[in-house]
Design a protein around this ligand. Sequence first.
Ligand SMILES: C[S@@+](CC[C@H](N)C(=O)[O-])C[C@H]1O[C@@H](n2cnc3c(N)ncnc32)[C@H](O)[C@@H]1O
Length: 308
Amino acid sequence: MIPLMKTSITRLLALLLFQWVGAGSAAAQTAATPPTLEAERAKQEKIYQGRGELRLEGYVIDRSLSAYVRALPQGFAQSLANLGPEERWLDVGAGQGMAVLDYYAPEYDPRQAGRRERQIKKARSVAMSIEDRRTPRWQQTADTLEPNQLRYVFSKPLRDYTTEELGRFQLITDVIGGFSYTENLTIFMEKVLSLLTVNGMFYTVAQDVRNEAGSNKPFYSGEPFLSQIKNAASQDIGICAWLKKISCIEVSCEYKSDWRPTLETYRIRKSCDNVSVPPLTTERYVAGTPPERVFLLSTPAAAPATKP
Ligand SMILES: C[S@@+](CC[C@H](N)C(=O)[O-])C[C@H]1O[C@@H](n2cnc3c(N)ncnc32)[C@H](O)[C@@H]1O
């Protein structure tokens, strides 16, 4: 089992390093001062841009395709293997794009994932990252493929792309990328679902969140869950329950209690185009790897009372 972040000591170290990274910006926030969104955005940007020794240990950018298969829900390997040559895969928050590069490696054989016939040509793909993390391997792989079979897009978050820029996809993945890092989960999901074709699949994960059954505790004692979605009564309903309120999708959530930190995985099939995502407002965003976030679920405005 490859941990997504190793131990609480790692988290502590990451925090210490993180305070150092942020030292130049928000000039010593005292414990009594709540973090401002602007200051946290600036710290988060430093995390994205950290290179060499300035890259935080918890900011992993090079997970392989086999690490994706282990982390993502059941079905991902099969969905990838089933893609035809004209179909498209988007990896949101791809880092160096290792998983995508592994897919194009000659060693990747979709028959290992259960595909019957030999696939002549692999699908098209787009790897997205806020910062450009490409390595020489990226260009070497691109040189072996058709123009536009493999694209790397960077310099802005998913929400700032149009469908015209990216096109539409049969498969979208996110392994501790935008889904875990965005400060606006509603806009993020709206964008993902607008880029997905009907019957397309979105596979993603979240670390250290309230699971669907509500049976788990935060991974680090004394700390809250990393991402919370609170209802009007200020109860954390968990990400799974919120995803299940989105129209035109089928969602299954699976909790992986043996991961460190624990993981909940999400398998989403888009079933029709009339998608509506329940709005969330961001109550708390603290930069990190990934950031700590609290979202509030807006309650629908009460219908005006009608006279009997
Ligand atoms: C921790 S790295 C994970 C990289 C890769 N998935 C892996 O597992 O090796 C986070 C990635 O998500 C990207 N990211 C964060 N927020 C994003 C957003 N809103 N839209 C697109 N990419 C985002 C970062 O730029 C980075 O490429």
